[in-house]
Design a protein around this ligand. Structure first.
Ligand code: FAD
Ligand code: SF4
Ligand code: SF4
Length: 461
């Protein structure tokens, strides 16, 4: 890595995850952020003459290095039990019991419900979350939510770069308080690295709620989808990525024009674009299920739910997919306690499931981050491009086959195109049905992998 002692150059070397940790923890407040030509957040040292060379920004940065062995050993009593999911205690299907909350959230609304529960019980005084800015429709706004209304204003996934950990500055500067942070795996990596250096942070962030991430797209994806929907970016007043117009999971992207006109793209019609517009550092990310969070949350992409069928739970209860469900991986004592207390109080509903169902229903995400990532990094190394150092990462059993390199080569070629404005315009010329067909094929493979696992289908009539 040469002689870098601060984070300058991290973005140019394509190692920056845009997490924002450096911004919050520089003791001199000397890290600034600007936007790149494609809307990425570029963190840099504001004034080199004020940099004291302490190296803190570099040490907390997950972009160039994550020591999973070390971070795991601080969080868990034993080494990770599962090569895909990491350390865990139990796995659930879960949903908020409040229909209104579920309908305004991404999956089952469990994250928002848990935050509201924790605020209500005084377990936390605030939560670092993100909402879309009122003034700029394509700008994420990180803030500390202090009440239920603010928590709900941040509901739903934002599929664009979010520098979540800039919110840690407020956490560190507050006179007192206990906080939660919701974040993608790279946000939690940055937070966990920072906790090693700053005990105050460890005391203040008492809850890490992690999202599954498979993987993060650039802002160009949103712009591309707006154009696909027949609008110009300047015409847009509001974007919501997981709106449920008919109160049915999984919802989709609702674009509201300044004229009030609305355009809607169902989630399954734009999931392909998430891979198409993957950011360079996200192509080297080995964590799908947020292995260092207290609790990890994803969509319950069970084949039956996707086909809008009811299922019977282990105790004979009827589970309706369209109501929205989360997959939850509970990892730590405090995460498990919160989840069970919230269920005990009636805020969330829990159905314990076979952990294999989690892996199988998210097979593609695990493959992408646990196997193909090694091929993508090897290709970058062969091209003498920088790659992050990951300690404690286990290569796939039996090693990589030559065929494991085919898709990553294609992926890296497409990525070179999709991270430029011109390239993203050219991708808009490819008929959408071709791009979607490939995605649907992958979906069918995953559906097949889930067969025979625990839950039973409800045959109506
Ligand atoms: C980029 C991205 C990729 C994802 N990939 C997958 C996937 O491959 N498979 C899967 O099953 N699930 C994935 N998810 C998670 C899924 O979309 C839901 O966010 C998750 O299931 C939580 O649902 P919920 O209803 O409990 O959340 P809600 O109650 O709606 O709350 C959402 C919370 O997430 C926070 N948030 C939203 N966007 C971001 C962001 N970009 N960065 C940090 N925090 C954010 C908000 O502040 C809010 O607190 C992804 C999410 C994102 C943002
Ligand atoms: S700490 Fe995060 S935002 Fe800062 S340089 Fe590293 S990866 Fe980028
Ligand atoms: S793929 Fe990894 S680096 Fe990219 S946004 Fe998701 S967690 Fe962060």
């Amino acid at each position: 890595m040469g002689d870098i002692v601060n984070i300058n150059g991290m973005f140019e070397r394509e190692l920056c995850t845009q997490c924002g940790t450096c911004y919050s923890l520089c003791p001199k407040g000397n890290i600034d952020v600007k936007r790149s030509s494609i809307g990425s957040f570029v963190f840099h040292v504001k004034d080199e003459t004020r940099c004291v060379g302490c190296g803190i920004c570099y040490e907390v940065c997950p972009g160039h290095e994550v020591d999973f062995d070390e971070l795991n050993s601080h969080l868990f009593p034993e080494a990770p039990a599962d090569p895909f999911m990491g350390s865990y205690k139990s796995t659930f299907l879960a949903q908020s019991t409040d229909e209104g909350i579920r309908n305004s959230c991404a999956s089952g609304g469990v994250i928002s419900s848990l935050l509201m529960f924790a605020l209500d019980r005084g377990l936390i005084s605030g939560a670092v979350v993100v909402r879309m800015s009122e003034r700029n429709p394509l700008e994420p706004e990180v803030f500390v939510a202090k009440g239920a209304e603010e928590v709900l204003s941040a509901s739903q996934s934002k599929y664009l770069p979010v520098p979540m950990n800039i919110g840690l500055r407020e956490v560190m500067e507050a006179d007192e308080g206990r906080f939660a942070l919701v974040g993608l795996p790279c946000h939690i990596h940055g937070l966990r690295k920072a906790e090693l250096l700053f005990p105050k942070l460890r005391e203040r962030i008492v809850l890490c709620l992690g999202l599954l991430c498979g993987p993060g797209p650039s802002l160009l994806m949103t712009e591309y989808l707006i154009r696909r929907a027949g609008l110009r970016v300047e015409e847009v007043a509001k974007v919501k990525y997981r709106e449920k117009p008919h109160n049915r999971w999984p919802g989709g992207m609702l674009i509201t024009a300044k004229t009030g006109e609305k355009r809607y793209i169902p989630l399954e019609n734009y999931l392909y674009a998430q891979t198409l517009f993957t950011l360079p550092r996200c192509g080297m990310c080995p964590d799908f299920s947020n292995e260092l969070a207290d609790l990890s949350f994803g969509d319950a992409h069970l084949p039956e739910f996707r086909r809008n069928m009811d299922m019977t739970g282990p105790e004979g209860e009827i589970l309706r997919g369209r109501d929205g469900w989360n997959i939850v991986i509970s990892r730590t004592e405090r995460g498990e306690k919160l989840l069970r207390e919230a269920a005990g109080s009636g805020a969330v509903r829990l159905v314990e499931i076979d952990p294999r169902l989690v892996v199988r229903s998210q097979k593609w995400g695990f493959y992408y981050k646990k196997r193909a990532v090694f091929a993508r990094m090897n290709i970058r190394k062969a091209l003498r491009q920088p790659v992050p150092r990951f300690k404690g990462l286990k290569p796939p059993e039996g090693g990589l086959r030559v065929t494991d390199y085919i898709k990553p080569i294609l992926f890296l070629l497409i990525q070179r195109i999709s991270i430029t404005r011109l390239g993203s315009l050219l991708l808009g010329l490819i008929p959408e049905r071709i791009l979607m067909r490939k995605f649907r094929f992958k979906q069918r493979l995953m559906d097949r992998a889930c067969r025979g696992y625990l839950l039973r289908r409800k045959r109506s009539g």
